[in-house]
Design a protein around this ligand. Structure first.
Ligand code: MG
Length: 261
């Protein structure tokens, strides 16, 4: 893995990545609004696929290593990579992580968020808030001259300070023409270590934060990752470019574009 090269993006590449990111984010926002008790994860998948295609894009996940849907939908103790089906019905009090990838103009946007299904417990609320904050702190650490370990460390520290753990077996990643590029971005690490961050670097930062142990298991479907102890997990992800001026989140929905750098 380390032998492969990190590909820095040109300003023209970044323009395309903004469009791909916007499409993925706009679809995620709409899917989030559709999350409600009684809705199946397949319905959410269909909605996402339609929005991505209507926007001129291709659902990146569909067909990826044989994956059969356009989103991953991971409920409660499911960490990531849940497969949407007509059998999974959202229930009040659940949390559902939705991960969406959109390819547009030859580049990929990758973004995820975990949504409450109706009112949720205070504990679940705190898990979502902390995971989102972990992502925000990771983004803030994406500064020219910082190292990759600074980003990983910021994510880990934010989660662990709240008594949570970060998943080790799945990591964030470089992103561009391919969904998964170099470098890998673990959600744990030491500040001051790893490659130096340069303008043009684009990363998908995606903390997966568990209420209990960081250990996970793969279900027999070959995709769904669950926590080993059955406690809940949350996942938030943005595609983020590093510019001379600092980090720029590329997965921003249409409605939030005004005033965005
Ligand atoms: Mg990703």
């Amino acid at each position: 893995m380390g032998a492969r090269k990190i590909e820095l993006k040109s300003p023209a590449d970044l323009d395309r990545m903004r469009r791909a990111g916007r499409l993925a984010a706009t679809a995620l926002r709409a899917v989030g609004r559709a999350v409600a008790p009684g809705v199946t994860t397949k319905e959410l998948d269909r909605l996402a696929e339609k929005l991505i295609r209507d926007g001129g894009g291709i659902p990146t996940f569909l067909g990826y290593r044989g994956f059969t849907a356009s989103i991953c939908a991971s409920i409660n103790d499911e960490v990531v990579h849940g497969i949407p089906t007509v059998k999974r019905v959202l229930r009040p009090g659940d949390i559902v992580g939705i991960d969406i990838g959109a390819t547009l103009g030859g580049f990929v946007g990758d973004t995820a968020a975990t949504f409450p299904v109706g009112p949720i417990s205070d504990e679940a609320q705190r898990l979502l808030k902390t995971t989102q904050e972990s992502l925000n702190q990771g983004i803030a650490a994406m500064r020219v001259g910082n190292r990759l370990g600074d980003v990983s460390c910021a994510i880990q520290k934010t989660a662990e300070e709240q008594g949570y753990s970060v998943v080790r077996d799945f990591v964030g990643h470089g992103i561009g023409r391919e969904m998964h590029e170099e470098p890998s971005v673990p959600n744990y690490g030491s500040a001051g270590t790893g490659v130096r961050l340069e303008p043009g670097l684009v990363l998908a930062l995606e903390p997966m934060v568990n209420a209990g142990t960081w250990r996970v298991q793969l279900l027999k479907d070959g995709w769904t990752v669950v926590t080993e102890d059955g406690r809940w997990s949350a996942h938030f992800e943005h595609t983020v470019a590093l510019t001379e001026n600092g980090p720029e989140v590329l997965t921003v929905p249409d409605e939030e574009r005004s005033g965005v750098h």
